[in-house]
Design a protein around this ligand. Structure first.
Ligand code: DHB
Length: 307
């Protein structure tokens, strides 16, 4: 029997799949189903704002056979509602909980980290890489070494939980950003957030389709970008990585793990392969391991870096 459970920052996951932030992570009840029914090793909730956040008007998501484009605008009911939902989750589900947080300033990131620590999630993930809120925030914090490090320091000051910084692929040198957040105290990295932003135009009207005009690109085609970013991060820093981007199958997950990921986030594939994609991917990983004589999934983490 292939061993597919992994340890990430001292937290045990029954398999390496986690639901990526923003997908299915809305209520405690749905998060519980992601673990208990859909087969994920753990969950990431959607990004929590301190005060709540309106999000963008529709249309917010477009799918094609080859890509998804979204500018949902990080809608959220705020910290009090999130604490309620996540407390319920923790009381009713054993699966590890990664609490994703978002804010408009480094100080606000610290504030919300302190507040969410009170309900004791296993890990805090800091979303500094959403590509769609530039009007409010300027460029994402993850696109600047100093901004990324500053947010990391503010969060680390206000919590004793492990902190994962979620990075953007839309930079010249992601290894350098990874090094700056690790030097500032990050315990782990999640990569990648969506690519772009991109745009789609309705050629009937000649107008951009998304209300926000631009949105983050995800889906199968971004996998090579994710693999390269994870590879660069693993070369640059010595902390565990949640790899995410374009994972649809067990073999995709194995590829990201060979690049250096210990956990694998799945988001867009839910729309293409169904909500039980996590269990399907975990089973496909086991099948691949059996066929290839790998008894413990941990053996393949970072394999592409070894001669
Ligand atoms: C949104 C947030 C993200 O982090 C992302 O990658 C894409 C879209 C959003 O809510 O608009």
């Amino acid at each position: 029997m292939a061993k597919i459970d992994v340890d990430f920052l001292g937290v045990k996951f029954k398999n390496p799949t986690v639901v990526a932030s923003g997908v299915l992570g809305v209520t405690g009840a749905l998060l519980k189903r992601v673990v208990d029914e859909f087969g994920a090793g753990g969950v990431t909730c959607k990004s929590i704002w301190f005060q709540g956040h309106e999000g963008h008007p529709n249309p917010t998501i477009i799918c094609s056979d080859h890509w998804m484009l979204n500018a949902v605008g990080l809608p959220d009911a705020g910290i009090e509602k999130a604490k309620e939902e996540l407390t319920w989750y923790k009381e009713n589900c054993d699966g590890p909980l990664i609490a994703s947080i978002v804010a408009g300033t480094a100080a606000d990131f610290g504030e919300i980290a302190e507040e969410i620590t009170k309900i004791n999630p296993d890990i805090i993930e800091v979303n500094i890489s959403c590509p769609n809120v530039e009007d409010e925030l300027g460029k994402p914090f993850a696109c600047d070494v100093d901004d990324a490090a500053n947010v990391t320091r503010q969060v680390k000051k206000r919590t004793n939980l492990p902190v994962v910084m979620k990075l953007s692929p839309n930079v010249a040198n992601i290894g350098q950003i990874a090094k700056s957040v690790v030097d500032a105290g990050a315990d782990a990295i999640c990569a990648i957030n969506t690519v772009g932003p991109g745009m789609a135009i309705d050629i009937g009207t000649g107008q951009p389709i998304l209300h926000n005009k631009v949105g983050g690109v995800s889906g199968y085609g971004i996998k090579p970008i994710a693999v390269k970013c994870i590879f660069d991060i693993a070369k640059s820093v010595n902390v565990p990585i949640i790899g995410t981007g374009g994972v649809f199958t067990g073999e995709d997950a194995i590829e990201l793990m060979m690049a250096g990921a210990t956990l694998v986030g799945i988001g867009t594939a839910v729309y293409y392969r169904g909500k039980d994609v996590f269990g399907k991917v975990a089973k496909e990983m086991e099948d691949w391991m059996d066929k290839n004589g790998v008894s413990d999934i941990n053996e393949i983490v970072g394999k592409s870096h070894k001669l």
